[in-house]
Unconditional design. Structure first.
Length: 247
């Protein structure tokens, strides 16, 4: 009897009941305000590193990223983006012995009214080393050859050296700073060319210097041996003639 009752309740006029249910659901979705309905959204943001100790340098400056899942109302969720979500890791208490740093929700700032549901990963690998400074020579990167009949007598770089800083494992005593290519194939006279500086490693940086140098090229016409011999012969004749006149 109970089964027949349930059958009559759910199956009698089932099409009309289904239509009524759908209409009621649509009416509910229409009338409920957007701020009462919530959606989740995941944004990928860079992890900003702050307060690196002054006696340390970051090895392999690849900025880690963070996936943050945020829950907010349907009205607010379109405003949530990587532009207004920020994650900051304070390294003021970091050490060279620590390689992994935990992350938590307190490090992430989000728009008011939103909620952080999840962050991933929960930790990042960051390597720090003792900082080292060294004076490196600047080497001009000369490309090409002068046209026939010209010689490159001297190359001078101003400044001749710069102070470089970086992780101690990346600061090598034998390393040099190079300029961007200086092309000489079309040059026929002495000239000065401003060039950018290229450090020997991406983890190094210049200390108190502009990343440019002036390359001074001294170019002279080539003196052919035959012309030189002819000139010397004429000079000898002139001297000999003067001696004869004097005597």
């Amino acid at each position: 009897m109970i089964i027949n009752l349930l059958r009559n309740v759910f199956l009698r006029n089932w099409g009309l009941k289904l239509f009524s249910f759908i209409m009621a659901l649509l009416l509910w979705l229409t009338l409920i305000p957007e701020e009462k309905m919530y959606t989740e959204k995941t944004v990928t943001i860079p992890l900003e590193l702050y307060n690196i100790p002054p006696n340390m340098e970051l090895v392999e400056k690849v900025q880690p990223s963070l996936n943050v899942t945020i829950r907010a109302s349907n009205r607010l969720i379109p405003q949530v983006s990587a532009a207004n979500v920020h994650a900051v890791l304070d390294l003021s208490k970091a050490s060279v012995d620590q390689k992994q740093y935990p992350l938590n929700r307190n490090m992430v700032s989000i728009p008011a009214g939103a909620e952080i549901k999840e962050i991933y990963p929960m930790q990042v690998n960051i390597e720090l080393e003792q900082a080292k400074e060294i004076v490196m020579l600047i080497e001009a990167n000369i490309i090409g050859e002068l046209q026939e009949g010209f010689l490159l007598k001297r190359v001078e770089v101003i400044p001749a050296e710069v102070l470089v800083r970086g992780p101690e494992s990346k600061v090598l005593d034998t390393a040099k700073v190079r300029t961007t290519p200086v092309y000489i194939s079309l040059l026929t006279q002495s000239t000065e060319i401003e060039a950018e500086l290229i450090l020997p490693d991406d983890d190094l940086r210049l200390v108190g210097a502009e990343a440019k140098a002036l390359v001074k090229l001294l170019i002279q016409p080539e003196v052919i041996e035959e012309d030189r011999a002819e000139t010397e012969k004429k000079t000898d004749k002139n001297i000999e003639s003067k001696n004869q006149i004097s005597s």
